[in-house]
Design a protein around this ligand. Structure first.
Ligand code: AMP
Length: 408
């Protein structure tokens, strides 16, 4: 079992009177100037409230969209700062640059408990280049740094990584929840631990599969990825989506699973259709009976039953990717049914479920169980890189051991 990693959190920070540079992820979805989903803002509120209520001076920084180092007025954080203030029920002052005199003056005018939002860090090219000068310019504004942007932690940017070298650094509450959930899922899970990995392509999830194999006791492969594995085993998968150039890789993964004693589970039956369209006539067939002109678009009922059975023997489950074309009924049925089974076991306290990455959040929302999992990460890329076993640059410097080794 891996050593338990401990993180420096807000429990170790006395915010009163301190200028706190808070790296948030305010990169919310916006359509026609309207924020379409407030989840990221809502999840950030506990950290801001805690810091402000305890008398901290909260200086929020974030990127928004991809202005590529230039000032793009439509990518200003101004409107998002207004939305943040509304959600917070607290005055939030917006500052039109994240560094320089304007930022320094705004911070100098802050009182304990005040919150300001600085302009988009990516208006400066140094952000994505992790330019030490930009990090320094950010660091001079504050006494301490709090990172609450797990979703941006896979990028070594000035505001996610560079600045953590220059200030005492702490994980915010959202970051802490995310790190603890991932630790409980993969680093120090209650065993047996299983993973469900679905989705379209083996090629995009190769590192993820290889890392998971070494960490989990059971790995169920679903979705079109499973077609590639079935084809690698010699089954004819008809017109199903598969990656011909990944067959050897799939074989190597199966051999590795055997070598490390991981139970790699593939579908035993599939829902097939002749046409890739919603409501297309379907059949359920065993995986050795897919007709040449048909394609597998979902896991069949026997597979779902078998996987449900497997889930009931687990203590921990990691889920990434759908079992079928969940956007197109009736091919959402397999994902829906298995997600509901996982949700039931979670609600009964028998299973800890951590899910996330790519389409997983929408698949679980579609199944109506988004809030019944132990933790659903909305972090996308950072969550996937964690599943791949990568060290996230925005997280490393929040570790106790590392901070102790490099005291400021
Ligand atoms: P990913 O982004 O790799 O997690 O893949 C998610 C996508 O895989 C979704 O858009 C699904 O519709 C798609 N998918 C899952 N199963 C199949 C399948 N059997 N055939 C085609 N696409 C699939």
């Amino acid at each position: 079992m891996a050593d338990t990693v401990s993180w420096r959190t807000l429990d170790q920070l006395e915010p009163k009177g301190k200028k706190i540079l808070l790296r948030a992820d305010l990169n919310v979805p916006v359509k026609a100037g309207e924020i379409t989903d407030l989840t990221r803002i809502e999840r950030l509120l506990p950290t801001i409230r805690e810091l402000a209520d305890k008398g901290g001076r909260v200086i929020v920084v974030s990127h928004f969209d991809r202005p590529k180092g230039k000032i793009v007025p439509e990518m200003s954080l101004g409107p998002i700062s207004t939305a943040l203030g509304q959600q917070l029920g607290h005055d939030v002052r917006f500052v039109p640059d994240c560094i320089g005199q304007v930022a320094a003056d705004a911070v100098a005018g802050m009182k304990d408990g005040d919150v300001v939002v600085l302009e988009n860090t990516r208006f400066h090219a140094g952000e994505e280049e992790n330019d030490p000068v930009l990090s320094q310019n950010l660091a001079v504004l504050a006494d301490v740094y709090v990172n609450d942007a797990f979703s941006a932690a896979h990028r070594a940017h000035a505001s996610t990584e560079g600045v953590a070298h220059l200030l005492p650094s702490f994980a915010g509450r959202l970051m802490e929840i995310e790190l603890k959930a991932l630790d409980a899922a993969l680093e120090n899970p209650e065993r047996p631990v299983g993973a469900i990995v679905g989705g379209a392509k083996v090629s995009t999830k190769l590192e993820l599969l290889e890392n998971l194999l070494e960490k989990v006791d059971m790995l169920a492969v679903g979705g079109a990825m499973a077609n590639t594995f079935l084809a690698a085993k010699g089954y004819d998968v008809g017109k199903s989506l598969k990656e011909e150039d990944m067959l050897d890789t799939a074989r190597a993964i199966m051999l590795k699973a055997e070598a490390v004693g991981c139970d790699l589970v593939l579908p035993v039956d599939v829902v097939i259709a002749e046409d890739f369209m919603a409501g297309a006539p379907t059949q359920v067939v065993s995986v050795d009976a897919i007709p040449a002109d048909w394609m597998a678009l979902d896991a069949g009922p026997k597979t779902v039953e078998m996987l449900t059975e497997k889930l009931s023997g687990l203590k921990t489950l990691v889920w990434n990717g759908p079992l079928g074309v969940f956007e197109m009924p009736p091919f959402d049925e397999g994902t829906n049914r298995l997600a509901r089974a996982a949700a039931e076991l979670t609600k009964e306290g028998k299973l800890k479920t951590v899910a996330g990455g790519g389409d997983t959040v929408s698949a679980l929302r579609h199944a109506g169980v988004l809030h019944d999992m132990s933790y659903v990460s909305t972090a996308g890329g950072a969550f996937l890189e964690w599943l791949e076993g990568k060290v996230l640059p925005g997280v490393v410097l929040l570790r106790e051991t590392i901070r102790d080794a490099f005291p400021l």
